[in-house]
Design a protein around this ligand. Structure first.
Ligand code: SF4
Length: 242
């Protein structure tokens, strides 16, 4: 079954290496460029601040508490360093999806530490189209209520969960449709189900809304008759529902 294990430590290590790489680059520049000293001093300041934020992140993950002042800067640091960490990690032989899963894991943990909750009608569970059984003739992307709940795909169980808790469900074929559904419904919290790649880019895209990611399961390979761990999804809903 294709699903990457979430290992938050990997992304933390990559954040440290990324900050270290900036410093190393600045040291090299200080020898070869006439403005090298200024670059080095500036980079030292940035890396020191990054180091403080990193410590704040580690403390938050350990103690399940986050000093409000650090919330935004830590999230910003993670988002800004994500592409660098991804590059460094892949150069170091790690799978992209493994790094993405680690990034998503840290993002989710921080989101849960912030303890943001919402009424059910302000929560949107956003599903990928590949979750629908490939031969199903019903157009669930137009309206999820078109699903006949035949039990061939996870939508049957997801609709049962929706009835139990009262959140919204939308099925999107891609990023553009997902953004449109978010604009239409204006949820306070989005629980997005997708592969690591789509989740990581979605989290980067939708920064003004509280997003939690649940990685899809791909027993038949990518983008085909995928599924989701219902227990994990339900636990995520219970974390944010008021
Ligand atoms: S549960 Fe059945 S009707 Fe609903 S989307 Fe899946 S295959 Fe189609």
């Amino acid at each position: 079954m294709t699903q990457t294990n979430e290992n938050p430590k990997l992304f933390i290590v990559l954040l440290i290496v990324s900050l270290g790489s900036f410093l190393l680059l600045a040291v090299v520049l200080s020898f070869v460029s006439q403005f090298g000293t200024f670059v080095l001093i500036g980079t030292l300041g940035i890396v020191t601040f990054g180091g403080i934020l990193l410590l704040g992140l580690l403390l938050a993950l350990k103690q399940h508490q986050l000093v409000p002042f650090f919330e935004k800067p830590i999230s910003l640091m993670i988002l800004m360093l994500y592409p660098v960490a991804l590059k460094i990690g892949t150069l170091g032989g790690k799978e992209k999806d493994e790094i993405r899963a680690s990034f998503i894991s840290i993002h989710n943990r921080l989101a849960k530490i912030r303890k943001i909750t919402a009424d059910p009608d302000k929560i949107l569970v956003l599903l990928p189209h590949c979750l629908q059984w490939s031969d199903c003739p019903h157009k669930v992307t137009t309206a999820v209520t078109n699903c006949k709940e035949c039990g061939r795909c996870t939508l049957t169980d997801l609709l049962a969960l929706q009835r139990q808790y009262g959140f919204h469900i939308s099925v999107a074929t891609g990023g553009t449709l997902a953004r449109r559904k978010i604009q239409e419904l204006r949820p306070k919290i989005v629980i997005a189900v997708a592969c690591e790649r789509d989740l990581a880019s979605g989290i980067q895209d939708v920064q003004q809304i509280h997003v939690l990611g649940v990685t899809s399961e791909r027993p038949f390979g990518p983008c085909f008759n995928t599924s989701v761990d219902l227990e994990e999804l339900e636990q995520t809903v219970l974390h944010v529902i008021r």
